[in-house]
Design a protein around this ligand. Structure first.
Ligand code: HEC
Length: 169
């Protein structure tokens, strides 16, 4: 019986490694604050914009001679931009659970805290609600969904960011 158990474990281990063979293990590049500033902050602002401007409105003509951001702002614009920002936010929930990332002050991201998982799930859920509204091109539903997003940022920050030291324990 014991041998069967061991054989099964080995078999499962072999399957797991076969499916990811050759792939680099996900590893963090920046600290948590950098991920927040580079991905969560920028993309949630795109979502918050929906409260005051209609994504379906025709894009403002970019002045000629601008850089890449200005020149290509309209390419994945409109509701697609909102949809992509919702996806970026949902993906960021995956990024903040990669093992080994540190906070700006060097403390480890508190992955083993049960409420970290819960707050991360809340972020993912908010991104999902946002994505549904963006796909439906429904400005009112999308504006409402920004409340879920803001709430998801807030509940985690209250416990792990707006405290000393940050990212406790
Ligand atoms: C699961 C927890 C969690 C969620 C969800 C979360 N954050 Fe954070 N955030 C943190 C922590 C912890 C820090 C501090 C990181 C550090 O010091 O390295 C932080 C830092 C930040 C910072 C950097 C502040 C500074 O020092 O300049 C920004 C900006 C930010 N978050 C934006 C957001 C936004 C916007 C959302 C929601 C869309 C969000 N965060 C969701 C935990 C979270």
């Amino acid at each position: 019986m014991r041998f069967v158990g061991i054989a099964l474990v080995l078999l499962l281990a072999a399957c797991a490694s076969a499916s990811t063979a050759g792939l680099p293990a996900p590893e963090p590049m920046g600290n948590l604050a950098q991920v927040m500033r580079g991905i969560l902050f920028t993309n949630s602002n795109i979502l918050f914009d929906v409260q005051s401007s209609d994504p379906a409105a025709p894009p403002v003509e970019a002045a000629s001679g601008g850089g890449a951001t200005a020149n290509f702002a309209g390419i994945y614009g409109g509701w697609q931009k909102v949809e992509n920002a919702a996806i970026a936010l949902g993906e960021s929930a995956n990024l903040i659970t990669i093992p080994g990332r540190r906070c700006e002050n060097g403390r480890p991201v508190p992955l083993s805290q049960p409420d970290w998982a819960q707050f991360t799930q809340q972020l993912k859920d908010a991104a999902d609600v946002m994505l549904v509204a963006a796909r439906a091109e429904d400005q009112e539903a999308a504006s409402d969904a920004t409340n879920d997003v803001a709430e998801a940022c807030y509940v985690c920050h209250e416990v792990y960011r707006d405290v000393e030291p940050r990212c406790t324990p």
